[in-house]
Design a protein around this ligand. Structure first.
Ligand SMILES: [Zn+2]
Length: 249
């Protein structure tokens, strides 16, 4: 909150998660072990990858020159770490309107013949659920609907939304593709978790990125308050009740 007072609202909200299938992890497991059995290894590999990513984002400024940043490392119930990161960009590099958002954040499935690697990464890592009528037992389902708002509505253009996030372009013209982890399900642009193409191809296998744009919205506080990463589990419904001093998990 002190950073926000000094530097203004954050521009980017980045989530980096650990992929239990990373080669660096798999290669070091003993026979019969799973990544969950080796928190020592998981933590070290994740830390090394996150350091690389910080170098790119904060020092090299691949998304724009960075004025200030904050992040928290959290652990899911199964023990896999992930990071939520807020970035405040320098004045000249701030994203000011929906047209400037599209090159930084995409929420569509690329076409395989145009961007084969990105197509692969998005289909493997950046498809939410699916939940709802396709799978009502997905963990995001609360009282009959997805707590992250999927499937998202189609949109021909990115527009400013009512809360802190824009409504990203998700064109209906894209034909559905088979879901990697369940080949019998077809998914379209409604199910894509917003991502930055460069970061997604860069290293950590799952990098979700969204834009913050409403100074009134108190998700930053929810983010800072998130002990045991409640943010991930119930980010839009949770009432903030804890004082800021409980921010660390
Ligand atoms: Zn869902």
């Amino acid at each position: 909150m002190a950073l926000v007072q000094k530097y203004g609202r954050p521009d980017l909200f980045i989530t980096v998660t650990c992929n239990p299938n990373w080669e660096e992890l798999r290669n070091e497991l003993l026979p019969g072990q799973t990544p969950q059995d080796r928190p020592d290894l998981v933590t070290r590999v994740f830390h090394a990858k996150f350091e690389q990513l910080k170098e790119d984002i904060i020092n090299k400024g691949v998304l724009g020159k960075v004025d200030a940043h904050a992040f928290v490392v959290e652990f899911q119930k199964q023990g896999l770490p992930h990071v939520h990161m807020l970035i405040m960009l320098e004045e000249n590099d701030k994203l000011n309107n929906a047209d400037e958002y599209d090159p930084i954040v995409r929420a569509e499935i690329p076409y395989e013949d145009e961007e084969p690697q990105l197509y692969d990464a998005v289909c493997t890592h950046m498809i939410h659920g699916p939940c709802g009528t396709l799978n009502s037992r997905q963990s995001c389902m609360k009282n009959g609907s997805c707590n992250k708002g999927y499937p998202k509505p189609f949109a021909n253009f990115t527009v400013q939304g009512n809360n802190a996030y824009p409504v990203y372009r998700r064109r209906a013209s894209r034909l559905p593709v088979p879901l990697r982890r369940r080949g019998d399900l077809m998914v379209d642009n409604n199910w894509v978790v917003p991502y930055n193409p460069w970061l997604l191809l860069r290293g950590p296998d799952i990098v979700a990125l969204e834009l913050q744009s409403n100074p009134e919205f108190d998700e930053i506080r929810q983010f800072v308050d998130a002990s045991y990463c409640q943010w991930c589990m119930d980010k839009h419904r949770r009432k903030v009740s804890k004082p800021l001093s409980t921010s660390r998990s």
